[in-house]
Design a binder for this molecule. Structure first.
Ligand code: ATP
Ligand code: MG
Length: 505
């Protein structure tokens, strides 16, 4: 048996791992058994990226949620009846904690009666075998895989298999789900599942999908890595109508979806993992008129605040763009500070949809130039420390000043940066011993040299002040002739100056 704990821990981000440890601890403290379940385990086994952490506890998760909140987690949705909590764990990772339950159907297709249960019963009531696998997080069996419906072998066969003949009758939304999983993973429906699916369509069960379930699937599609393949699968089976007849008639905005996907790749390359559900939903609904979008979202059960967040998204992003193009953003450091705080989904939306080249070039500079410089700032700090400045608030200010100068294209080489650091701080370079040896100074020469050094230092101090002032404003400091004049006073400095010229080529 593969070591699932090892597999899991090697695939989790540090934040996800911390969240898992915390849920494990809290469950143990409350005496609940806890398991990783659903999509998390499926994605782990299939090698897909672990987008969220789904936990199931044999008990009520609400106390765990309260404790997690104290540690910075945000509860997004809490369903007290179903004992289900969707949350954003500290460190911004998505997840859910649900009580293990059995859905008991008195007759197929009726509303199920909920019974709190063990993990095994919970796994058996799930939709498809590949979603019905769990990993134990309990001390005595940590890493043990629970697979009561043999989901692993379906994953190996690349098939989505429903767990009972009543699967689609009990929950017609599974018609959308089976296509979504199959399309996303490039899997086929298992032959008997396909028969049950066809029968359900023949019986027009898709017309009985509740609007709320349809809305949840629409949102799930917007969160997909490749929404287009899912939407196309729904369209091919004439199931998009179950979500919205208008959307089925006008079709999803595939071009806009494609543009956003491309942007997501660019953002990945720049080291970001943006959540694009809102702009993606807008892209999907892009061919609908504003009022059609609004009525669709209301129909599928979006609460008014949720609808507003989607419908006003474009306006908010355009407002941000206006600010980015404003006079206050002329200096790169100001644009940097603004873009650093701009939500990534708005940035992505602008990258995909804006026709303002000035805004786009600032965003591109932010991603491809400014951020890498920012990430290299510890190197500047190390350099400053090596020059002898102790760490502290003043130290940090100097580093920020250098950063502002770097954004204007200065300080590209370590030598240039050292020069800038010396100018800002006034830290003088130690005279080289060799020089002294070469020119054994006579008394008068010595005095002369000392006087020259003193004046160089004064100049440097003035230059440093000017530099600091400019850097603070995010402006490039003008060239300092004073420093140049005195450069020949030390051989070291002359070498720096020539390297600097080289570096600029
Ligand atoms: P995703 O990667 O899209 O989040 P997921 O499998 O985690 O996929 P969710 O909708 O988050 O899907 O649901 C979590 C788990 O709950 C599923 O893996 C499945 O086991 C179970 N589940 C969700 N919806 C249903 C349903 N309609 N019927 C039965 N089980 C369901
Ligand atoms: Mg999930």
């Amino acid at each position: 048996m593969p070591d699932y704990m090892f597999l899991l821990e090697s695939r989790l981000s540090p934040e996800q791992r911390a969240a898992m440890m915390r849920v494990q601890e809290l469950s143990a403290a409350l005496g609940f058994n806890v398991y990783l379940t659903g999509g998390t385990v499926r994605d782990l086994i299939t090698g897909a990226s672990l987008r969220d952490l789904d936990f199931t506890v044999e008990g009520n998760p609400s106390r765990i949620a309260r404790e997690l909140e104290k540690g910075g987690a945000k509860v997004l949705v809490e369903d007290e009846k179903l004992r289900q909590v969707e949350l954003l764990f500290a460190g911004d990772c998505d997840g859910s904690i649900s009580a293990a339950r059995d859905d008991h159907y008195v007759r197929p297709g009726t509303r199920p009666e909920i019974r709190w249960s063990t993990i095994m019963e919970d796994l058996r009531r799930r939709d498809f075998s590949l979603n019905a696998i769990a990993i134990s997080l309990n001390p005595a069996s940590r890493g043990l895989l629970l697979d009561p419906t043999n989901g692993l072998s379906d994953v190996e066969r690349a098939e989505v298999r429903a767990l009972t003949i009543h699967s689609f009758t009990n929950q017609p939304v599974r018609l959308l789900r089976v296509l979504r999983f199959a399309a996303r993973m490039g899997f086929k429906m298992e032959p008997r599942t396909q028969e049950w699916f066809d029968l359900a369509i023949e019986r027009e069960l898709h017309h009985t999908i509740t609007p709320e379930d349809a809305g949840a699937e629409l949102q799930a599609a917007a969160r997909e890595e490749r929404p287009a393949v899912v939407l196309k699968a729904w369209e091919e089976h004439d199931l998009l109508e179950a979500i919205s007849p208008v959307l089925a008639k006008k079709h999803p905005g595939y071009e806009a979806i494609g543009r956003l996907m491309k942007v997501r790749e660019d953002l990945f390359t720049a080291g970001f993992r943006p959540r694009l559900a809102t702009p993606m939903l807008l892209a999907i609904l892009g061919r609908l008129k504003d009022r059609e979008q609004a009525s669709l979202l209301t129909k599928v059960g979006f609460r008014s605040a949720e609808s507003a967040a989607v419908l006003e998204f474009e306006e908010v992003a355009l407002e941000a763009q206006k600010e980015l193009l404003g006079r206050k953003m002329k200096a790169p450091i100001d644009a940097y500070r603004f873009l650093e705080k701009l939500p990534l989904d708005q940035m992505a939306y602008l990258m995909a949809e804006s026709n303002k080249s000035a805004a786009l070039s600032k965003i591109r500079a932010y991603l491809n130039k400014w951020r890498p410089i920012r990430l290299g700032l510890p190197g500047v700090a190390a350099q400053l420390e090596a020059l002898g400045m102790p760490r502290g608030p003043k130290f940090d200010t100097v580093v920020e000043q250098v950063f502002a100068l770097q954004l204007t294209g200065r300080g590209k080489t370590p030598e240039e940066r050292e020069k800038i650091l010396r100018k800002i701080t006034g830290i003088k370079e130690q005279p080289k011993k060799k020089e002294k040896e070469k020119k054994p100074a006579k008394g008068t020469d010595k005095a002369h040299a000392a006087a020259a050094m003193g004046s160089a230092a004064k100049h440097k101090h003035a230059a440093a002040k000017a530099d600091a002032k400019h850097a603070a404003k995010g402006k490039p400091a003008p060239a300092k002739p004073a420093a140049k004049h005195h450069a020949p006073a030390h051989r070291g400095k002359g070498a720096l100056a020539s390297k600097k010229r080289h570096g600029r080529k």
